[in-house]
Design a protein around this ligand. Sequence first.
Ligand code: GLN
Length: 454
Amino acid sequence: DAYLGAIEAGNGALNAYIAVTADQARAMARASDERLGKGEGGALEGIPLGIKDLFATRGVHTQAGSHILDGFEPPYESTVTSNLWADGAVMLGKLNMDEFAMGSSNETSYYGPVTNPWRAKGDNKALVPGGSSGGSAAAVAAWLCAGATATDTGGSIRQPAAFTGTVGIKPTYGRCSRWGIVAFASSLDQAGPIARDVRDAAILLKSMASIDDKDTTSADVPVPDYEAAIGRSVKGMTIGVPAEYRMDGMPGEIDTLWQQGIEWLKEAGAEIRPISLPHTRYALPAYYIVAPAEASSNLARYDGVKYGLRVPGKDIVEMYEATRAAGFGAEVKRRVMIGTYVLSAGYYDAYYLRAQKVRTLIKRDFETVFADGVDAILTPATPSAAFGIGDQDMAADPVKMYLNDIFTVTVNMAGLPGIAVPAGLDANGLPLGLQLIGKPFDEETLFATANVIE
Ligand code: GLN
């Protein structure tokens, strides 16, 4: 009731929730109380969570922030949310997001932008919460849920976490099942939590993660007790600091924050080692070929026949065209066009195949430093603090928006785990985050090191 009251009072200004499931939340909470009364119950008994609109929730609003999925209420539940409910968590509702998770500011949502609960000192201008999991980050930061699910294809958990002073972890590719999560770019998409602190993130990820025979890319690797990693000493660990993440034009504050993070880890007994990840600068261009290519294929299913919106036409082709023209927003159309182009005969080798080769080189950069004894890598999470709603106009310059992901996409391209942890405030009093990147399936080291920085 306290959380539902907070949503009632606070969501109007933030637009973080696009559906509130009050009756269901109360029923789930009552069932949870009963289990606890009988001395039963799971790790998340009674914990109220918000769910990104990308996760299929049985009989409940699931539209991926898009108009084309109008009215879609899936007859099935995603594996990640099933895992959470099995541990006793309570669903408060569905959270706003960029349309089909394409964006870095939550401004591409059909449901309108989400407002960041943070404001710059002495300025009342509304800021973006980041994206695409902007609703998840804003709801956690504003205490409209105890934690939230999110997804990350190129930074969509870590960048909004950094913009809202919350903790977000994208686990290793395969850690969480993608089953029942609306697909954007299947080889990059991963689910993870956004939470108020590192411990909450660890507890939530433990529950979300699982092998699943409905997702052949989910991994058969035991899920450890992540919470036990918190408080673990970082003494003797080697933390890599990659030269390539120091960018031209990066605000001095980001660099200062990075140096501060290095100091904290040094004080805690870690050894800091300068490293090189030479293919870093190719990651963003390669991502913006691979991700749209996969998206163009995944989004072919929205044809007005199977679910959601249908705009009639005189024949079936005209119906497809009218439905997709009306149902997709501008950014989604841009991705579908880019993706279709780079996969076309004659262009496939020049763009898609080349991007896949670059992806392998990026992955090898990381493998080399990890094989050389590096335990985790420290970088800034974002090249700036949260910007104003409308400041980065995608219609005028989409590449400017894409640059927000410059520090995060490499991790998806390599399939590695990455965590964003709040590390300080900028001169305007806005939160800034640092990122730690780990070895495959070594989220524990990320929780241990992030805990030192938090
Ligand atoms: N901002 C990136 C994009 O628009 C990443 C989005 C994501 O991680 N879902 O593709």
